[in-house]
Ligand binder design. Structure first.
Ligand code: MAN
Length: 516
């Protein structure tokens, strides 16, 4: 670059650098860089300021606001305010800013250059190692992508197969359930009829017994006065059963024979009626459903296992057992002894049992086929999600998916799970706070994959939803380096990864030509 005097004139301070060298040609008179004067070259650096812009005295402190340039051979060049020339302090490593003899400045540039070179070399090694690692990441990432595409295609084909098997299994299940239901319903219906007939018989017996008890004079008729001997028909509880009360219970007649008693009267009075046995059984506060009564049980017995819904599963059966466990054993004992299995539905016949077994089998096969479809669907969904995620220009970030990286600060444990979420957990108790969920890449246009954005984290009290920016740098390992909160509930993570080592650098770095 050649500096033009007219550009330089606008600067308050002027520094003369290596690139200005063509203006300092000993064989010609020197023209100030702002063009303000032309002087013989021996007046350059003669400790007298001739140019308005001070450019005739780059190596002395004669001109105010001038910058002194030290070439610092062996290290990096530097410019210092020329007021620091010959001020007794060594500013340049080559010592050229102090030549008046006030102090002696040794040339330390080569020594410093060697240290600097060593550092640059180490840095270059890291960058190059990272670059090599990145090559592997890229290859792996691309391979993973390819494998996923292949797998997805295979799964889509498998899905068709398992889906049609599921439909077949569903049809088979329905085909097996129809005859099963018919047979089970038939069995249950027959059982209901048996139970109804038994109940009828019980009522007939109880009614006949009651009739004999009520027919005090044994004339084959139950009359009003006979009913009046039973205080349970004293509706208004005034201590006597009136004729009217008795008539009311007898069915608006004055007497009934056994036949009409059984068909008309007994059904109406059976719940009220207190026979000899009931009266003997004192105190009357006792539970009415215990086995030692003439009256038939009013409640249905518990459904036997065979009566369960067709599609009951094992778990439900277990629950039933649990329920049994909760029952009081005494009651079970009384019930079991007094009515041994009388109210339990009999087993299904062989044919029905076979139909149930076949339907159970068909149901199990359908459940299995259905599960296979769900599994394939879940795998397809996951693969589609992974294939839809941008893992970098060359899939170099692919391997970070599914991993998490942690960092502890004084107060918190921070966690970054790339392509998933960022979080923060207080170290001294308290629950995890989500600092954002994966949103997108957020680097500048020319370096998009250098930053990640995580948004829609836990809401900040009286503020926005928490969000995090993850800034990535090149390094030879994946590591969360720092976590900070520059604005309330807006976090910045620094993350080092070989995926960011996009360029190789020369292995034995040197100073640039300009520096030397
Ligand atoms: C928590 C943390 C902090 C955050 C405050 C905001 O203490 O998530 O990082 O600044 O909530 O109230």
């Amino acid at each position: 670059m050649i500096l033009k005097p007219r550009d330089l004139a606008s600067f308050m301070t002027v520094s003369v650098t290596f690139s200005d060298k063509p203006f300092y040609d000993e064989s010609k008179p020197f023209t100030c860089l702002d063009g303000s004067a032309t002087i013989p070259f021996d007046q350059v650096n003669d400790d007298y300021c001739d140019c308005k812009d001070g450019t005739d005295e780059p190596g002395t402190a004669a001109c105010p606001n001038m910058m002194y340039y030290c070439s610092n051979k062996g290290f990096t060049p530097k410019t210092i305010p020329s007021s620091r020339v010959n001020d007794g302090i060594c500013d340049c490593c080559d010592g050229t800013d102090e030549y008046s003899g006030l102090v002696l400045c040794e040339d330390k540039c080569r020594e410093m250059g060697a240290v600097e070179l060593e550092q640059r070399k180490k840095q270059a090694e890291i960058i190059n190692q990272g670059f090599q690692m990145r090559q592997t990441l890229v290859a792996d990432g691309k391979q993973t992508r390819q494998d996923r595409e292949t797998r997805l295609n295979a799964l889509k084909e498998e899905k068709q197969v398992v889906e049609s098997k599921k439909q077949e299994a569903q049809a088979a299940k329905e085909a097996a359930e129809t005859p099963e239901k018919e047979a089970v319903d038939k069995h249950k219906k027959a059982w209901e009829e048996v139970k109804a007939a038994r109940e009828l018989e019980r009522q007939k017996e109880a009614g006949t017994a009651a009739f004999s008890e009520l027919d005090l004079d044994g004339d084959g008729l139950v009359k009003l006065e006979e009913l009046q001997t039973h205080l349970e028909f004293d509706d208004d509880v005034d201590g006597e059963v009136t004729e009217e009360e008795a008539k009311n219970h007898l069915g608006d007649v004055t007497e009934v024979d056994l036949e009409s008693f059984l068909s008309e009267t007994w059904p109406k009075i059976k719940d009220l009626y207190q026979g000899e046995k009931d009266k003997a059984k004192e105190p009357p506060v006792e539970e009415p459903t215990k086995g030692d009564t003439d009256l038939p049980p009013t409640e249905e017995p518990p459904a036997p296992p065979a009566e369960e819904e067709e599609d009951r599963e094992e778990e439900e059966e277990e629950e039933e057992h649990d329920d049994d466990d909760d029952d009081e054993p005494e009651i079970d004992l009384v019930k079991d002894e007094s009515k041994p299995d009388e109210d339990a539905m009999p087993d299904y016949d062989e044919e029905t049992k076979q139909l149930i077994a076949a339907a159970d089998q068909a149901r199990a096969e359908y459940t299995e086929a259905n599960k296979k479809v769900s599994d394939v669907d879940a795998q397809i969904r996951q693969l589609e999600k992974q294939l839809g995620t941008d893992f970098g220009a060359e899939a170099e970030y692919s391997s970070l998916d599914g991993q998490c990286f942690e960092l502890e600060t004084k107060e918190y444990k921070y966690k970054l799970c790339p392509f998933d979420k960022c979080s923060q957990s207080p170290k001294h108790g308290g629950s995890e706070t989500t600092l954002g969920r994966w949103e997108s890449w957020a680097g500048p246009e020319d370096n998009k994959y250098s930053a990640m954005k995580y948004t829609k984290g836990q809401n900040c009290w009286n503020g926005p939803d928490r969000s995090t920016e993850v800034r990535m740098t090149c390094g030879i390992e994946n590591k969360l380096l720092s976590a900070s909160e520059p604005n309330r509930c807006e976090y910045v993570f620094e993350f080092e990864t070989p995926a960011m080592c996009t360029k190789e650098v020369p292995n034995n770095p040197e100073f640039s030509h300009e520096e030397l």
